[in-house]
Design a binder for this molecule. Structure first.
Ligand code: NAP
Length: 491
């Protein structure tokens, strides 16, 4: 099956997307015949159903990936590169259809969805270029007795588990390097956003990916199915993007067979604005860092720390900008802020606002969910938020911007580091010496210095502390799927 009928349609019609499991290059129903509802967060209505895989189906994915493994590992790097390049070209050619599909099942606005598709496609291009640059080393041992030859080999079968917030980009950021490295894989997308993953499987087939090299399954039993896959000794790699809580469960499961793990987990990004910052640039950056994807991003600014001299102007400017955002169905052309993903997220966000105001924070805009179908929460700014408010200590994952005041650089760094997370931080100052000094002291894998957006397929993406292990994108990304083999040789 290909994605052709869907691509011909004017608007992404969910019923034209393949919705069965993709195993060994075949579209097959789940062995128990059960289905999972996929909802439109803009209306709360069912738009499609997808197959619900059992443990038996999950293990069939391992069989298919195992059957294809030797052939794919032996496929010349240039050939693997050309297939990935073709996938990039197909995705770019169909970017509008993918964007509409993402908006439909995830709820994000079309500009955000278009941005995601462009970002997602770049991982296919980047890793098509990396596939032909897997170089080893050769050296002489210090004793002079032998040569040290190091070569890189594919790790083997990889399980790739992705979240709902970037249904295309989180998949390509893993499939790209896995395929470039010569690994076969099993993708398990989030239950809320499976359609993009199945559309991508169809695209990869069209690009020339051989049967069994990429397998995709959806399941209402994420723990049992992934647990069974990780218990199969043929599986050697787990690449996970999602919450820290689920990451910890998976790390324990992967420990049993000592499986290599790459973990892209939650964040709690500080956004620090010094008195000497360019206010307009800081506000532009704040809107991107906070509101890209409606705040549903691991990189989303979670806590705004603003120095006392610029504080009032920043809160006023942020409030004005947030107020102007047009809330609506993600796929409506004029929408700037779509719904959140589901009822639970809506209730959680509302609870965070109530908790913050009960501790003395002041809402300057937004603050209450909309009384309409779908899961709509307006862009909200909270002024004077105390450090013990829940939303300062956990991922918000929604359109809330809590702002708090600081006096000194040391105070800002201490507050920024006062979290178990360490994915990304943002710093605004026109004093570059200060910028670098603070960037070096902040405990995070990435820093946006006078930038509200840092994600780039050519840069190493990842966190420290409980935000994760390993890096995606850049040359680091392919190394996560390669083993270094050392051969001692005398000649
Ligand atoms: P999640 O609840 O952790 O789910 C992520 C994936 O894990 C989904 O496919 C989910 O499947 C699966 N899963 C859930 N429970 C599982 C279990 N017990 N065993 C195996 N798999 C399980 O996260 P989410 O709500 O989808 O996404 C939001 C989170 O992702 C946030 O914490 C965000 O920061 C993080 N994130 C991190 C990055 C990064 O690069 N660091 C990027 C994007 C998002 P089901 O959908 O079927 O439950």
């Amino acid at each position: 099956m290909t994605i052709a009928p869907f691509l011909k349609s004017e608007f992404a019609q969910a019923e034209n997307i393949p919705t069965d499991l993709y195993i060994g290059g075949e579209w097959v129903p789940g062995s128990e015949g059960k289905r999972i509802d996929v909802l439109d967060p803009s209306t709360g209505k069912v738009i499609a159903t997808v197959a619900d895989a059992t443990v038996e189906d999950a293990l069939k994915c391992v069989d298919a990936a195992a059957a294809a493994a030797a052939g794919w590992a032996a496929t010349p790097p240039r050939k693997r590169a050309e297939i990935l390049r073709k996938a990039f070209e197909l995705m770019v050619a169909r970017s509008e259809e993918f964007a509409r599909l993402i908006s439909l099942e995830n709820g994000k606005s079309l500009p955000d969805a278009r941005g995601e598709v462009a970002y997602a496609a770049e991982f296919f291009r980047w890793f098509s270029e990396e596939a032909v640059r897997i170089n080893g080393d050769i050296g002489l041992s210090p004793s002079g007795a032998n040569r040290i030859v190091v070569q890189y080999q594919p790790m083997g079968i990889a399980l790739l588990i992705t979240p709902w917030n970037f249904p295309a980009a989180m998949a390509t950021r893993k499939i790209g390097p896995a395929l470039a490295a010569g690994c076969t894989c099993i993708l398990k997308p989030a239950t809320e956003t499976p359609l993009t993953a199945y559309a991508m499987a169809a695209l990869l087939e069209e690009a020339g990916v051989p049967k069994g090299v990429v397998n995709v399954y959806t399941s209402s039993k994420a723990g049992a199915t992934s647990g069974a896959i990780l218990s199969d000794r043929r599986v050697r790699k787990l690449s996970f993007t999602g919450s820290t809580a689920v990451g910890k469960i998976l790390l324990k499961a992967a420990a049993e067979n000592v499986i290599s793990c790459s973990m892209e987990l939650g964040g709690n990004a500080p956004f620090v604005v010094f008195d000497d910052a360019d206010l307009e640039a800081a506000l532009d950056g704040a809107m991107i860092a906070k509101m890209r994807n409606g705040g549903e991003a691991c990189t989303a600014a979670n806590r705004f720390y603003v120095q006392e001299g610029i504080y009032d102007a920043f809160v006023k400017g942020l409030t004005e900008r947030m107020k102007k955002l047009e809330l609506g169905a993600g796929y409506a052309e004029t929408t700037q802020l779509g719904p959140v993903i589901n009822t639970a997220a809506l209730e959680r966000i509302h609870g965070l606002v109530k908790d913050a105001t009960s501790r003395g924070a002041r809402v300057t805009t937004g603050g209450e969910p909309l009384a309409r179908d779908g899961y709509f929460f307006p862009a909200t700014v909270l002024d004077g938020v105390p450090a013990d408010a829940e939303l300062m200590n956990d991922e918000i994952f929604g359109p809330l911007a809590p702002v708090t005041k600081f006096k000194t650089e040391e105070e800002a760094i201490k507050a920024a580091n006062d979290t178990e997370y360490g994915l990304i931080s943002y710093v605004y100052t026109q004093d570059l010496a200060r910028g670098f000094r603070v960037a070096e002291k902040i405990e995070s894998g990435m820093v946006g210095l006078n930038r509200g957006l840092a994600s780039d397929p050519a840069a190493p993406f990842g966190g420290v502390k409980q935000s994760g292990l390993g890096r995606e994108g850049s040359h680091h990304g392919i190394l996560e799927f390669l083993e270094a083999k050392y051969i001692a040789v005398t000649w």
